[in-house]
Design a protein around this ligand. Structure first.
Ligand code: NAG
Ligand code: NAG
Length: 304
């Protein structure tokens, strides 16, 4: 009997000394203690407790990433060594979070310059000084995920693709499938446009969180502990993703001054270049055909 108690106690002691588990939804988390608690460092000695049975709020994830970047820790793990942190242009900053992991409406990135964000933590006003007013956190109710996939052997069926993407999003991010409203597919461009939309006023579903996990899945490496990739299966073909662009639509339109000009100019230049190239190609083939044609004619004449 005494021996049994001793064994139980010894097991208990070992159990508390070691980590008590892994955090499935956050690979950088540490789990220890009894009862088991998982946390991620967001500052020196500053622990953010996590609920690992669900996706981690984006605000906490961004804080952890900024801390790791400051410490020179890898924000990518399992892959090749880091060239430099944050080359992904995620618009990352050190956010202020509420206790429940939602973003504070006003963000300053530890500087004197501040701006207002939406529920995805994305800036929706011009930058201002510390006195900028952000009356409330405006909710993002619609995200458009613009994905490109790697080349595949067989042609992808658009209807099956929709089912595949929907169920991949459901199982991977534990997300309601009926929020995946529409999927457009352009097989030539290997472009998949996924519209995920909730009712305005819905404060239970967090689109930003799901989109952020997917962004990391595609652009860097999964945040999930098991490092499995996001690869929807269509007809036993794995669809590997190459790139992702996320558009945010808020319940109220953003108020920043639209600075589309550079983008617009680039688009115009690209169109002009494409038109010129196509024109030159057409001319080239037309000339070649004419040449062939006249040669053929020549031969026919010679034969006669
Ligand atoms: C963790 O999240 C799950 C799923 O959303 C929830 O049921 C549970 O109550 C949460 N646990 C804590 C301690 O908040
Ligand atoms: C936030 O500050 C860091 C440096 O502390 C900088 O690298 C980053 O670009 C800033 N992000 C934004 C969105 O201003």
């Amino acid at each position: 009997m005494n021996i049994l108690i001793f064994v139980v106690l010894a097991a208990f002691a070992v159990g508390t000394a070691q980590s008590c588990g892994t955090c499935q939804t956050m690979k950088w988390a540490t789990c220890d203690g009894t009862p088991c608690n998982c946390f991620v460092l967001v500052g020196t000695g500053e622990k953010q407790n996590l609920n690992c049975s669900t996706l981690i709020p984006k605000c906490f994830l961004m804080k952890a990433e900024m801390y790791r970047a400051r410490k020179g820790l890898s924000t990518r793990s399992g892959g090749k060594p880091v060239e430099s942190a944050f080359v992904d242009n995620d618009g990352i900053y050190d956010p202020d979070c509420e206790n429940d992991g939602t973003f504070r409406a006003k963000q300053c990135n530890n500087t004197e310059e501040c701006w207002c964000v939406n529920s995805a933590g994305v800036r929706r006003t011009d930058k201002g000084d510390k006195n900028i007013e952000c009356a409330k956190l405006v909710e993002t109710y619609w995200v458009r995920l613009q994905l490109t996939h790697k080349p595949v052997d067989a042609k992808i069926d658009a209807a099956k693709l929709k089912t595949a993407i929907g169920s991949a999003i459901k199982s991977r991010y534990n997300f309601k499938q009926d929020l995946v409203k529409e999927i457009q597919y352009d097989s030539d461009a290997r472009l998949i446009i996924v519209d995920v939309k909730k009712e305005m006023g819905d404060r239970k579903t967090n689109l930003a969180q799901m989109a952020y996990y997917m962004e990391k899945d595609v652009k860097v490496l999964p945040l999930f502990n098991d490092q499995k990739k996001f690869e929807p299966m269509v007809d036993s073909q794995k669809l590997e993703m190459e790139n992702i662009l996320v558009y945010y639509v808020d319940e109220e339109p953003p108020t920043f001054t639209m600075k589309n000009l550079p983008g617009g100019i680039v688009a115009v230049i690209v169109v002009v270049v494409v038109v010129v190239v196509v024109g030159l190609l057409l001319l080239f083939f037309w000339k070649k055909r004419q040449l062939k044609y006249s040669k053929a004619q020549q031969r026919e004449m010679d034969n006669m």
